[in-house]
Design a protein around this ligand. Sequence first.
Ligand code: ADP
Length: 342
Amino acid sequence: MEALRGVVDPELEMDIVTLGMVRSVAIDHGSVSVVIALTSESCPLVGRIKGEAESALEKLQGVSSVVVETAVMNDEERSAIIEKLKERRKTLPMPGKLPKQGIKRILAILSGKGGVGKSSVTSMLAVEMQRRGLKVGILDADITGPSIPKIFGVSEVPFVLEGKIIPATSSKGIKIISMNLLIGKEETPVVWRGPLVSSAIRQFYTDVDWGELDYLLVDLPPGTSDAQLTVLQLLPVDGIVVVTSPQELAGVIVAKAVQMSRMLSVPIVGVLENMSYVKCPRCGEVIRLFGESRGRQMAEQINAPFLGSLPIDPDLSASCDRGKIEEYRNGAFEEVASKLLS
Ligand code: ADP
């Protein structure tokens, strides 16, 4: 049992003895046989747990043969493990930030409400970075929205290789992970409670084989509530990009974004105003549908760089709808990207 204390269930992050997963140990001279009870039959980590248990036992002096079998927990064992996990939760410190892995910079894209173009901006930013020779990934944490895979016309289902999730790849090589790729049908609404969302996001970060990246862009769910806070608390985010539109009650998102940035010590690296104006295709007149642009003023208020204003462009929404964002170009956005990357 002592030797088995070194075997940690990677998912539950506790050793299998403390968790009460070792159902029996039988020793007959040098032969040891052990039964480990797992939470489910299809536990993906069964091979790993079994292997680690075998090698821990084989190392022991006097042991000549080892047999490790696995079984599925009975109701009693399952209730006991749930109690253990509940106990642990009480004593657990606030989660620390996850390690950076091979990713140089992580930017989180935030907006106060849905529909301001956060996902479109995230996608364009990724495309612009990729055009500049940077290696980019997008973690679509906007679990409730349909967007990122659709914008890139990507539908390949991510698969698991050697315990890591291999993300989907856009036609130009941008790595994408999104709940929408996993649940298949785009129309299926995802209605999840907060803790599930944050655990999915955590997995998207830790279990996906991102490889070496210059930038990982995290498309956050709209708003500035717990979901966003959890992501920012968990992931080693380097900066927040705020996307607004002139329709937004700018003051609210600004105050909240600043509060979040202070709480988490993550700087706001840019404010971008989307859907600022329409340019008449015939005469070039600029029409400000939602009134005067407030993005610059807002950025100044919070002492963050103003990245620029983007027009309403039917070509952009058409490109997003057709999954052809990588073919779309926009001078105004190139300037925005240059400012952010300078
Ligand atoms: P969010 O992620 O903030 O909810 P989306 O990026 O999904 O918003 O954008 C909402 C809709 O507006 C999409 O149909 C998108 O194609 C469109 N859209 C976003 N920005 C622009 C723009 N600058 N010009 C035209 N359409 C846009």
